[in-house]
Design a protein around this ligand. Structure first.
Ligand SMILES: C[S@@+](CC[C@H](N)C(=O)[O-])C[C@H]1O[C@@H](n2cnc3c(N)ncnc32)[C@H](O)[C@@H]1O
Length: 243
C-alpha cells in the first residue's frame, strides 16, 4: 500500500477569492483535512475552506491545549505545546501510514508564523510532502489600508508583538517599514514603542484583513484601552514619494 502525502495548504488571509487554484485542487484531492483550532471554535482556516470541502472528506480537528491562558514566558507553555505538536504529528503519521493523504489547511501562508510548520518539522523528512504558498495576512492588511508598504530599497521589518519591549524598540530605528504581527493584548507595548520612535502618526491598525469583519484605522485614532482581535496587524509604511 502506498504511503499518504502530507499537504500543507495555504488558504490566504480570508477572502475566499484569494485562494489559489493549486490550493483548491490539492485541498479537494485529500481524503482527510486537518487543522489547528481553539477548543469550541470553527477556526479561521476551516472557515475559509468551508465552501470547498466535499462530503466525502473527513476532518481532523487538532485542538490547542490552551491559547492565551498560559503566558509564553511560562515554561509549561513550551513543554505542553511541544507535547501537543508531537501528539498531533503522531495522529497524522498514522493516517499517512494507512495510505491517506492529509491536507493540513492554514490561514495565510503555511511557512509564515503558521502552526503547520511544527508538523512539517516533525514529518517532512519521513513523508512525501507538498506545501502550497499563499497570500499572507500582512499583504491583505496593507492592501486594506490602501498603502504601498515598501518602495525602492526600503527595509521592511516584521516583528511579533510578543517580543520584549526593549527588543522591539531596538529594531524600529533601522527599519523604513514595519509590520507587527500577533497584536491583540500586545497593542499598548507596540503603541509605546512607535510613540517613542516618533512613528505613531504613520501607523495603521488593520483588523481582519480581507475578512468580512475587516476594519482599518490610524493607530493614533484607536482608544488606548482598546484590545483588538487576534487577527490584527499594525503596519507602518516605508518612505513615500521618494522618486
Ligand atoms: C499565527 S500567525 C499566522 C500568520 C499567517 N500564516 C500569515 O501568513 O499571515 C497569526 C497572526 O497573523 C496576523 N494575521 C494573519 N492574517 C491576518 C489577517 N487576515 N488580518 C489581520 N491579521 C492577520 C495576526 O497578527 C495574527 O495574530
Amino acid at each position: 500500500m502506498a504511503i499518504g502525502r502530507l499537504l500543507g495548504i495555504g488558504l490566504g488571509p480570508g477572502d475566499p477569492e484569494l485562494l489559489s487554484l493549486k490550493a483548491l485542487r490539492l485541498l479537494q484531492s485529500a481524503p482527510v483535512v486537518a487543522y489547528f483550532v481553539k477548543p469550541g471554535r470553527e477556526g479561521q482556516a476551516r472557515r475559509i475552506a468551508a465552501p470547498h470541502l466535499l462530503p466525502r472528506q473527513k476532518e481532523l480537528r487538532l485542538e490547542y491545549p490552551f491559547t492565551t491562558e498560559v503566558s509564553l514566558s511560562d515554561s509549561r507553555y513550551h513543554e505542553q505545546m511541544h507535547q501537543f505538536y508531537d501528539d498531533s504529528a503522531v495522529r497524522i503519521a498514522a493516517l499517512l501510514d494507512a495510505g491517506q493523504d492529509v491536507a493540513v489547511i492554514c490561514e495565510g501562508d503555511p511557512f509564515f508564523y503558521g502552526s503547520y510548520m511544527y508538523l512539517h518539522d516533525r514529518l517532512a523528512e519521513h513523508y512525501d510532502t507538498e506545501v502550497v504558498p499563499a497570500v499572507t495576512g500582512m499583504s491583505a492588511c496593507w492592501t486594506a489600508a490602501n498603502t504601498p508598504i515598501t518602495h525602492g530599497d526600503d527595509v521592511l521589518t516584521v516583528l511579533p508583538g510578543t517580543l520584549p519591549a526593549s527588543e522591539m524598540q531596538a529594531r524600529i530605528p533601522s527599519s523604513d517599514a514595519l509590520v507587527f504581527m500577533k497584536v491583540g493584548r500586545q497593542l499598548p507595548k507596540i503603541r509605546a514603542a512607535l510613540q517613542q520612535a516618533g512613528r505613531l502618526q504613520r501607523a495603521y491598525l488593520v483588523e481582519g484583513g480581507s475578512m468580512p469583519e475587516q476594519r482599518v484605522r490610524r493607530l493614533a485614532d484607536v482608544p488606548e484601552e482598546e484590545i483588538p482581535p487576534y487577527f490584527s496587524i499594525v503596519l507602518v509604511p516605508g518612505r513615500l514619494g521618494q522618486r
